[in-house]
Design a protein around this ligand. Sequence first.
Ligand SMILES: Nc1ncnc2c1ncn2[C@@H]1O[C@H](COP(=O)(O)OP(=O)(O)O)[C@@H](O)[C@H]1O
Ligand SMILES: CC(=O)N[C@@H](CCC(=O)OP(=O)(O)O)C(=O)O
Length: 258
Amino acid sequence: MKTIKVIKIGGNIIDNEEALAAFIKNFAAISDPKVLIHGGGKLATKLAEQMNIPVQMNEGRRITDADTLDIITMVYAGKINKNIVAQLQANNCNAIGFSGADGNTIISEKRPIKTIDYGFVGDVKKVNTDALEVLLNNNITPVFCAISHDENGQLLNTNADTIASELAIGLSTIFNTELYYCFEKNGVLKDVENEDSVIENIKTESYKILKENNIIFEGMLPKLDNCFHAINKNVKKVCIGKSDMLFNTNIKHTTITQ
Ligand SMILES: Nc1ncnc2c1ncn2[C@@H]1O[C@H](COP(=O)(O)OP(=O)(O)O)[C@@H](O)[C@H]1O
Ligand SMILES: CC(=O)N[C@@H](CCC(=O)OP(=O)(O)O)C(=O)O
């Protein structure tokens, strides 16, 4: 089986022109098959505020009404996705931009209303890798934004970390899959203010203890839940850290194991 790298980048790279250019140059040079997933939550928030559309988040998830869905579609599937694809082409990496509707790749269902109505937010039901397999076997790199669909014509906002773990799990039947979450810190930290306090390995048991001691909180909780979901479902390697970890093996980062 060939190895594939499934790589998610967050706002810290997307929002910084120089950081994005440096990342894309290195990413384009990866010789293994690869898939890129990007977020863009910060830019969507900025644009919504400029347009006087209220921004509401709950536990790191965006409450997505019809106006917000329009904005995130324009920002994630449009501006950010197409810009990344164009920059990959400039670095001789042939790429195609995807939402989950394209190639029927990511099918989700609108999150049921419990205590909170998240609006047009989708929970992934199924990943369909047929179209991706054809592209990857022809050396074409898929670039995914954080949008899925329900197969009835409705686009749904789905957290980019979840899109990454679900794609990694879906691809693990045809590839030896590695999943990398790139964000602004060196990894999961013992002390979030201290970049030197990287926890190099987290297992199911130690994750429980870290949560109990409030060492892991906010956006890191759903990220780690996604990591464990992936490692328990046939993804061979899961890492969290700065994107430099992909290109320099000496860079400290966090590895997730069962
Ligand atoms: N132990 C921890 N180590 C590192 N970051 C942590 C930790 N606990 C909570 N965090 C927070 O999680 C954030 C990353 O989650 P998030 O903002 O969702 O990532 P992304 O940039 O990929 O969207 C960090 O910026 C940090 O504020
Ligand atoms: C449902 C939901 O919360 N979707 C996210 C999708 C974007 C994202 O995940 O972006 P980052 O990775 O940059 O945070 C949102 O709209 O913010």
